[in-house]
Write a protein that binds this ligand. Structure first.
Ligand code: GDP
Length: 427
């Protein structure tokens, strides 16, 4: 059985925690898109970890962790991450890397930095991990697949020369930065080859056999629906699809095998980077939610920068769940809201004087004002509660109101950052 764990919003919904929890009963966990630009924070019996490239199931010794072909693979970061977890006593994980995954090149990171610098106030708020230049090159057919490391060195050198020629023209004339050297790039790739060699395999063939053997497979998404390049808030999106459907492509499995799509939805909103964020809040109200949010505050796992904060957005989340093809919603970080007397929820968007429940395209989104409804708070610490019926009444009402608004079943409620802080809802 294949299940996908994906986000409904702007990312940081707590997918890492849900994947880590579900991985207990999984054999294989696959990352299928994105790169080291976003992070999952996981708290378990080994400690607290920020993972960027490794799948969140990496802490169990019965699981195999896979980097699928859809990932932007930054080899030094992957190896740094493996070391950071084994240094803390986690058993060496079983890792497989797709021979069709493409590599983030050192110059992708530089181009990301230079372009953001060039754009100035119009920048995307990139994490400068090289993701946009990486995917641009992939689709311009000038990217480097892991498999190419194992072919003829002369062919690799010839390709590097060809690619670098045009990169250097941009570096010299657009960015006015130092040029890239062919030998240095080739040497770097040869270093990458040594690092990655023990892990490389035909991942889609491996997964095909695993599916036939009835293994439990989790596909772990990065970011959320609203950052999808097609269905999100373009152009303030990421550069690879964040949708469960892409899980089939980025892992190399048949689409019909994905039978459960668990969409992770956070009990309030947060976002990183630029772009429209209709239910955003500011000032003291935002500071307090940011300080109390997540596990130790809402600050980026990759950059440490403060996240933008907002109230729960029913319009965006209904859309985000629909576009994922949600079968189950995991509703997370609910414990954080226990300090509020009343909890505002965004139930509609007012655009040019008309209220809508439909999530619009970006041009209209920029004009949208939130229509808020206040729900009563529960003013209680709900951590440690294990049964749905033991939650305070107003807390259940909050969950049920949101469930009705978004139109997808909330089957899991997360009431704390730890693996065991979860309420499975009997329906
Ligand atoms: P991801 O990228 O979707 O995995 O999300 P992040 O890891 O960036 O952000 C989620 C944050 O919330 C992390 O710090 C988690 O430890 C934390 N978290 C996850 N679920 C819960 C929860 O139910 N309650 C609290 N308080 N924190 C949670």
């Amino acid at each position: 059985m294949v299940q996908a764990v994906v986000g409904a919003n702007w990312g940081d919904e707590g997918k890492g925690k849900i994947t880590d929890m579900l991985a207990e009963n999984a054999d294989i966990i696959v990352r299928f898109q994105g790169g080291a630009n976003a992070g999952h924070t996981i708290v378990n019996n080994y400690g607290k970890f920020a993972l960027h490239t490794l799948p969140s199931g990496v802490f169990y010794d019965h699981t195999t962790s896979i980097i699928g072909n859809g990932v932007a693979l930054n080899i030094p970061i992957l190896f740094g991450e493996i070391k950071s977890i084994t240094d803390k006593g986690v058993p060496t994980p079983k890792i497989l890397v797709s021979d069709r995954a493409q590599m983030v090149m050192p110059y992708h990171i530089l181009f990301d930095e230079y372009e953001e610098e060039r754009l100035g106030k119009k920048s995307f708020g990139s994490t400068k991990s090289g993701i946009a230049p990486f995917y641009s090159d992939k689709y311009a057919k000038i990217g480097f697949q892991v498999s190419e490391l194992f072919g003829e060195e002369s062919a690799l050198r010839e390709k590097i020369e060809r690619v670098i020629l045009s990169k250097n023209i941009l570096l010299e004339h657009l960015y006015h930065k130092p040029l890239i050297d062919v030998d240095e790039t080739l040497n770097t790739l040869m270093e990458y080859k040594k690092m990655v060699e023990p892990y490389v395999c035909d991942v889609s063939a491996y997964l095909w056999n695993a599916i036939k053997e009835g293994k439990n497979i989790l596909l772990e998404g990065q970011l959320g629906s609203l950052k999808d390049p097609d269905h999100g808030i373009y152009p303030m999106v990421t550069s690879s699809s964040t949708l469960a459907a892409y899980g089939a492509i980025g892992a190399g499995i048949p689409p019909y095998e994905i039978s459960k799509i668990i969409t992770v939805v956070k009990a309030y909103s947060s976002a990183v980077g630029a772009g429209a964020f209709v239910s955003e809040i500011f000032g003291d109200e935002a500071d307090e939610l940011r300080r109390r949010g997540g596990d130790g505050g809402e600050f980026g796992a990759t950059t440490g920068r403060p996240r933008r904060m907002g109230w729960f957005d029913c319009v965006a989340t209904r859309y985000g769940c629909r576009i994922q093809g949600t079968t189950d919603v995991a509703f997370t970080v609910l414990d954080v809201l226990g300090y509020l007397d009343e909890i505002p929820v965004c139930v509609g968007y007012e655009i040019d004087g008309v209220v809508t429940n439909d999530f619009p395209t970006t041009d209209k989104l920029e004009k949208a004002k939130p229509v808020l409804k206040n729900l009563p708070g529960w003013k209680e610490d709900i951590r440690g509660i294990k049964e749905y019926n033991k939650l305070p009444e107003n807390c259940r009402k909050y969950i049920e109101f949101i469930e009705e608004q978004i139109g997808f079943p909330i089957t899991m409620v997360s009431n704390g950052p730890k693996r065991e802080d979860i309420i499975i809802r009997e329906k």
